[in-house]
Design a protein around this ligand. Structure first.
Ligand code: FEO
Length: 178
C-alpha cells in the first residue's frame, strides 16, 4: 500500500508529466505554423512520450492501492521567437522535471519506500536522456544559425523519429511528418 504523502507527490508528478505533454504539443503546433513539419513530428512524439511517463505514475499509484487525483493542467506557451528558442525552453523544462524527479527520490528514500525508489530509478536515467536530447538540439540549432538549407535538412532528420509504443495506452499511430 502506498502512503498518502508519496501518493500525493506522485499525483502532482502526473500533472507535471501531462503539462510536459501539453507543452510539447504546443511546440508541435507552432512548428507546423512555421512549416517545419519534421520538427513538429518530433515534438508530437515527445508529447506522446510524456503521456507514457504520466501513465507510469498513474499505474504505480493504482497498483499499490492508492487513489489517482488528477491535478489542474496550466495552459502552455503558444509562441516562440525561433526554433532555437523552442529547444532552449524545452531544455529548461527538462531540467525542472529532473529536479522534480530527484526530489521525489529524496522523499522515497526518507520514507523507505522501496517500490517508489525502484520506479524513480527509471526516471532518473530517463532524465539524463531527456536533457541530453534537448542539449544536443540546442547545440545543433546554434550551429545552423540562420542557414535555411541546413535547417530544412535538420527538419527532414527530425521527421525520422519513431513514435513509441505505450504499454499503458496501446500503439501510437505514426506521425504526420511530410
Ligand atoms: Fe517526462 Fe521529458 O520528462
Amino acid at each position: 500500500m502506498i502512503k498518502n504523502k508519496m501518493q500525493d507527490a506522485f499525483n502532482k508528478q502526473i500533472g507535471e508529466e501531462i503539462y510536459s505533454s501539453y507543452l510539447y504539443l504546443s511546440m508541435a503546433a507552432y512548428f507546423e505554423t512555421i512549416n517545419l513539419k519534421g520538427f513538429s513530428h518530433w515534438m508530437k512524439c515527445q508529447a506522446q512520450e510524456e503521456m507514457f511517463h504520466a501513465m507510469r505514475f498513474f499505474t504505480h499509484i493504482l497498483e499499490r492501492g492508492g487513489a489517482v487525483a488528477l491535478p489542474r493542467i496550466e495552459e502552455p506557451k503558444r509562441k516562440w521567437e525561433s526554433s532555437l528558442n523552442i529547444f532552449q525552453d524545452g531544455l529548461v523544462h527538462e531540467e525542472h522535471i529532473t529536479d522534480c524527479i530527484h526530489k521525489l527520490m529524496d522523499q522515497a528514500v526518507d520514507e523507505k519506500d522501496y517500490a517508489a525508489q525502484n520506479l524513480l530509478k527509471w526516471f532518473v536515467n530517463e532524465q539524463v536522456e531527456e536533457e541530453d536530447n534537448f542539449t544536443e538540439m540546442v547545440a545543433k540549432l546554434k550551429m545552423i544559425g540562420g542557414d535555411q538549407p541546413s535547417l530544412l535538412l535538420q527538419d527532414k532528420e527530425m521527421a525520422a523519429r519513431m513514435p513509441g509504443i505505450n504499454p499503458y495506452v496501446g500503439t501510437i499511430p505514426a506521425g504526420t511528418a511530410a
